[in-house]
Design a protein around this ligand. Structure first.
Ligand code: LLP
Length: 426
């Protein structure tokens, strides 16, 4: 097997035989303390600009899905560019506010919200709280006041198949998300008459890593038809929010996904299909991975190589505790040696130190000869990497570095060993 040529990445490329993030060699960013996340600020900026351009057909808000990567430096960068936030908990709300996202650019979408969370959300002046069950409507109606009605949106479940991994599909009736349209419709008279709630939006989210814009177009069409019903019922509707799902590349040697432009166009087409282009609605979109995923890698160090049972195992210091996506979804992340290697390559499983056979970062993937101490970069790790990390097996959180051209900044220190039991009592 000869050397693999990885699809070009805007941030990660070889220069003088060393993989760089923009102008910085990754060899400068590794330490002996464990794996490191590396993000390119420039790629985040570029991704935001591309989504913004794709949405230019209408007045819009890009409410970045904080769950993809809530690092304060990344959030602050996106907020400065004009982004809002899509949040799912009080923790994410406080994080977004702390990073400087204005409350009136924050939407709260989530299938279960505690009393306290609803009270906090109602008092925070958010752009919209997405109602996903009757219980939320009852409580929010109590928490609002006629002087300061709570701005809400109805999240519907459009029963559209996103075509993505079953765990990442959220728009089918068989999932727990949103309200069936008939149920949402039945709430309209109450919402329109409420003196403490203001129905300003409709929302949905069909799923993540959409490999085609078609389901997004169909979901947007159904959502826009429901928006029409809300307006006809007398709601002061202001926005339509078909969720996130815009895909990213993962540096994979697979078919490239459609460009961002196609997903903006799908939303525009869905609104037009419903005859709602002239309804004057603002469009909210909630991309997560598309803004940060390809901007990040997980930098890991080789600990050992062994051959057994007919397989080649490359054991590294990063694991499912940092990047659980391969173990959880069988997700593909390209693996690149940090020192360019033009000789022979052979298939390897890249595995971590965690005591589970499911602890792998890649399986049967071409890799050159490696030895203890060599560095590897796991691509497409900027989204749902650090956020889904755990300290399983006594592994403190990895550190995070933001690269901005030639400059680097540690935007999260490594977790300490004592932090592992800091909240416990012996
Ligand atoms: N809006 C809502 C209401 C969502 O639930 C999500 C993701 C998004 C927006 C952003 O989706 P994105 O644009 O990033 O695809 N852990 C999984 C992803 C779960 C996504 C859950 N919701 C993964 O690693 O792929």
């Amino acid at each position: 097997m000869t050397a693999v040529h990885f699809p070009p990445s805007t941030a990660f490329h070889y220069r003088n035989g060393i993989l760089h993030c923009d102008d910085v060699p990754l060899t400068d960013l590794a330490d002996e303390g464990g794996p490191t996340w590396v993000y390119s600020a420039r790629v985040v900026d570029q991704a935001y600009a591309a989504v913004d351009q794709a949405m230019s057909f209408a007045p819009h808000l890009i409410a970045y899905a904080v769950k993809a990567n809530g690092n304060l430096a990344i959030l602050a960068r996106l907020a400065k560019a004009g982004a809002g936030a899509d949040i799912v908990s009080e923790g994410e709300l406080r994080r977004a506010l702390r990073a400087g996202v204005p409350a009136d650019r924050i939407v709260w979408s989530g299938v279960g919200k505690r009393d306290r969370e609803l009270r906090v959300a109602a008092g925070a002046g958010l752009r919209a709280i997405h109602i996903e069950c009757i219980e939320e409507l009852d409580l929010l109606e109590r928490f609002g006041s006629p002087d300061a009605p709570v701005r809400v949106a109805l999240r519907i479940n459009p029963d559209v198949d996103s075509g993505s991994h079953p765990y990442l599909s959220t728009g089918l009736h068989s999932t727990k998300f949103g309200l069936e349209v008939a149920v949402a419709r039945s709430l309209l008279p109450r919402l329109v008459q409420s003196r403490t709630l203001r129905l300003e939006g409709v929302a949905c989210h069909v799923g993540s890593q959409l490999d085609s814009p078609v389901p997004l177009r169909e979901a947007t069409r159904l959502l826009a038809l429901f928006a029409r019903e809300c307006l006809d019922a007398g709601a002061p509707l202001r926005s339509i929010d078909p969720g996130g799902g815009w895909p990213m590349s993962y540096g994979a040697e697979e078919t490239p996904f459609p460009p961002h432009q196609a997903f903006g166009a799908a939303i525009a087409a869905g609104i037009a299909d419903a005859g709602m282009s002239d309804a004057g609605l603002e469009v909210v979109t909630e991309p997560g991975r598309a803004l940060v995923g390809d901007a990040g890698i997980l930098l890991v160090r080789v600990l050992a190589e062994k051959h057994q049972g007919g397989r080649r195992f490359v054991i590294v210091d990063g694991a499912m505790t940092e990047l659980v996506r391969p173990a959880l979804y069988g997700a593909h992340h390209a693996v690149m040696p940090v020192r360019e290697h033009l000789g022979e390559w052979s298939a390897a499983d890249v595995v971590g130190p965690v005591c589970e056979s499911g602890d792998f970062l890649a399986r049967g993937r071409p890799l050159p000869a490696v030895k203890r101490g060599d560095l590897l970069a796991i691509r497409g790790a900027g989204a749902y990497g650090r956020e889904m990390s755990s300290t399983y097996n006594g592994r403190p959180a990895a550190r995070e570095i933001l690269v901005d051209g030639k400059k680097t900044r540690m935007v999260r220190r490594r977790g300490t060993i004592s932090s592992l039991w800091a909240l416990e009592e012996p």
